[in-house]
Design a protein around this ligand. Structure first.
Ligand code: NAD
Length: 274
């Protein structure tokens, strides 16, 4: 099957399944991303703080793809928040990536104690106007953070990248996104590999003749999430992309809906994180 795309609120599109590279070292990123691009992934999710933009850029350059044939996301780190610092951080990311634009630039965390995410958002709005960030969005924003940047600028993020997996389904935040017309992008979509032995998921995977990781990715796509699984293992990079033909029924979706756990968050609480 051809890979699905999401249409975003600024009219642009994003491949619905991307390749995440958190915790992939700079000198391993070229190989991992190179493998992903060879398999057919056309969307890579990195961040300044991941320390691997150089390796990611190298893989993108080596792949020999036209610039509009791949989609690259990076993110401004918390310590670089603020209007001027964000613009400098953006330039540094571009130079490490050896690109003249990114497809999507995100505020990595709201970091509310700094009180800078509105100023940071204004810098992203300018970068979009300049065409150096083709689309702009946020990550780990709660509803009040979304409302503040909307009130201050009138510019909507195209998406909010948040922790989301079967054990932490973010139903409330997804409803807010739907109301605002903001897409949901799921980070740690496989629960960092910690939920793959869940008996319900194992049984559903058996029924569909696929791996639990594939079942979970098919679920994300079925409920409308953009999803960015990470692996450095070649066979897993392949299997995580072979999910577009797995079609879940209403019963399957209902069984997975029951796995949601309000205490299922693995990562930091966005209101408290640095
Ligand atoms: P993930 O949920 O994608 O899980 C990755 C882990 O699951 C792997 O390290 C491996 O142990 C296991 N795994 C992957 N594929 C498998 C397979 N087919 N079979 C068995 N095990 C498999 O976790 P993640 O890396 O935390 O999240 C994905 C991406 O999301 C990151 O790489 C990053 O790009 C992004 N992310 C963003 C934020 C943010 O704050 N915006 C935070 C965390 C992650």
């Amino acid at each position: 099957a051809t890979q699905p795309h999401h249409k975003l609120n600024d009219g642009s599109t994003i491949p619905s399944l991307g390749f995440g590279v958190w915790q992939v070292p700079d000198d391993g990123a070229a190989a991992a991303v190179g493998k992903a691009l060879a398999v057919g992934y056309r969307h890579v999710d990195t961040a300044a703080i991941y320390g691997n933009e150089r390796g990611v850029g190298e893989a993108l350059a080596n792949a020999g793809l036209a610039r509009d044939a791949f989609y690259l996301t990076t993110k401004v780190w918390n310590e670089a928040q603020g209007y001027d610092k964000t613009r400098r951080a953006f330039d540094e990311s571009l130079s490490r990536l050896k690109l003249d634009h990114v497809d999507l630039y995100l505020i990595h965390w709201p970091s509310p104690h700094r009180g800078l995410y509105v100023e940071t958002w204004k810098a992203l709005v300018e970068l979009k106007k300049e065409g150096r960030a083709k689309a702009i969005g946020v990550s780990n924003f709660q509803p009040d953070h979304l409302n503040r940047i909307l009130d201050a600028t009138g510019t909507k993020p195209v998406l909010n990248q948040i922790e989301l997996h079967p054990r932490f389904q973010q139903k409330k935040l997804r409803a807010v996104h739907a109301e605002l017309g903001i897409a949901t992008e799921a980070w740690s979509p496989l629960g960092q590999g910690k939920i793959l032995e869940d008996p319900v998921l194992v049984e559903l995977a058996r029924k569909h003749g696929c791996k639990p990781a594939q079942l979970i990715l098919a679920w994300h796509l079925a409920v409308g999430n953009i999803v960015i699984p990470k692996s450095v293992t070649p066979e897993r990079i392949v299997e995580n992309f072979a999910v577009f033909d797995i079609k879940l029924g209403e019963d399957d979706l209902a069984a997975i809906a029951k796995l949601d756990d309000p205490a299922g968050r693995i990562g930091p609480d966005p209101d408290k994180a640095s």
